[in-house]
Design a protein around this ligand. Structure first.
Ligand code: ADP
Length: 321
């Protein structure tokens, strides 16, 4: 028996009392040991764990264990958000620790919501103290209050979307979807926004191209990617949505500012923005929701980007069955 497993089993009584979930994996991703709390958190039967069958969580756990660049990730598809972190033992077995990440989320949320609130309060106080007597300054402050209120609305909407996606009714209701018409719907919604930026939106998807996805959730993904493409491109740019490269996949390409290579892996994290001062009108939540949805579909999202040239997001979804 590998050394770590032996220790784990020896301490099993104690390990079972811990408020955190523990899973021990062997070198080939086979499960060796676990504690009771892990079973509760993962909402699966012990029988399935014994068979190494983690259902939809399998891919997420594999990603965590096999990807050397990540040490922790959030597990989605469960009724509560859990954070899974890993520690590689000296005999190369991997211990995965599961903890509730709700506290962390609340902390981040409060921080993000407080910023626009503080700004609104400061601006309102300044108006009250006398700025209201200067029409130019008053006009500017009122416009800023309006912008901050818009930012708050965007944040709250994004959080609501996030909680909806996480709320247990997570399992995507997958069906065959005509991608071209979905893209046209998104274009219709975003056209006036694109017009203001003189940005062209091009739908290159062929008439009969089908993807297998949850209709509402995929709307959200497409809108987010196209909206970002418009937002992070200079006026007069072009955003192209096309199918491929593999069946069931599609791409959103822009000719915008691009994303530095060092930032690419971080953009899917909650509240992450490449340049916090430049990214006006952003919440930093859009792509984390997009990634959640795509993970739930068993798909993947990749990014090709060059600073100053543009960015392509490639979404690949499994085919039916
Ligand atoms: P938001 O756009 O609300 O800030 P997102 O989660 O959608 O949040 O995006 C996270 C960050 O990724 C953005 O702040 C931006 O810096 C970067 N980003 C996203 N899409 C693009 C894009 N098409 N081109 C350049 N940067 C992008």
């Amino acid at each position: 028996m590998p050394e770590t497993q032996e220790t784990f089993e020896l301490l099993k009584n104690y390990v079972n009392e811990l408020p955190i979930g523990l899973l021990l994996f062997g070198k080939n991703m086979e499960i060796l040991s676990w504690n009771n709390q892990a079973i509760n958190m993962l909402e699966i039967h012990e029988e399935n764990i014994k068979k190494n069958d983690f259902g939809t969580l399998k891919k997420q756990l594999m990603e965590l264990i096999q990807d050397e660049t990540i040490n922790e990730r959030e597990l989605i598809g469960l009724s509560k958000p859990y954070k899974a972190s890993k520690k590689v033992a000296s005999d190369n077995n991997v211990i995965v620790v599961l903890t509730e990440s709700f506290q962390e989320t609340i902390g981040e949320m409060s921080h993000e919501l407080r910023r626009p609130l503080t700004n609104i309060k400061t601006l309102a106080e300044s108006l009250h103290m006398g700025a209201k007597n200067d029409p130019d300054i008053a006009g500017k402050f009122i416009e800023q209050i309006n912008n901050e209120a818009d930012r708050l609305t965007r944040l709250v909407n994004a959080l609501l979307n996030m909680s909806k996606i996480r709320s247990g009714k997570l399992a995507p209701a997958k069906q065959k979807i005509n991608l071209k018409s979905k893209i046209n719907d998104a274009i219709k919604l975003l056209q006036s926004h694109a017009d203001k930026r003189k940005t062209k939106l091009i739908n290159e998807v062929t008439d009969d191209y089908k993807i297998y996805a949850d209709a509402e959730q995929i709307d959200h993904v497409i809108q987010n990617l196209v909206e970002n493409a418009i937002k992070y491109s200079p006026d007069g740019s072009t955003v192209t949505i096309s199918s491929g490269p593999a069946s069931g996949s599609f791409q959103v390409s822009d000719t915008g500012i691009g994303i530095p290579l060092t930032e690419v892996s971080k953009i899917f994290e909650r509240f992450y923005r490449v340049d916090r001062t430049k990214a006006k009108g952003s919440s930093g939540l859009g792509l984390s929701i997009v990634k959640n949805v795509i993970d739930l579909h068993g798909g993947k999202i990749e990014v090709n980007s060059e600073v100053g040239k543009g960015t392509t997001f490639i979404v690949s979804l499994p085919n039916e069955g």
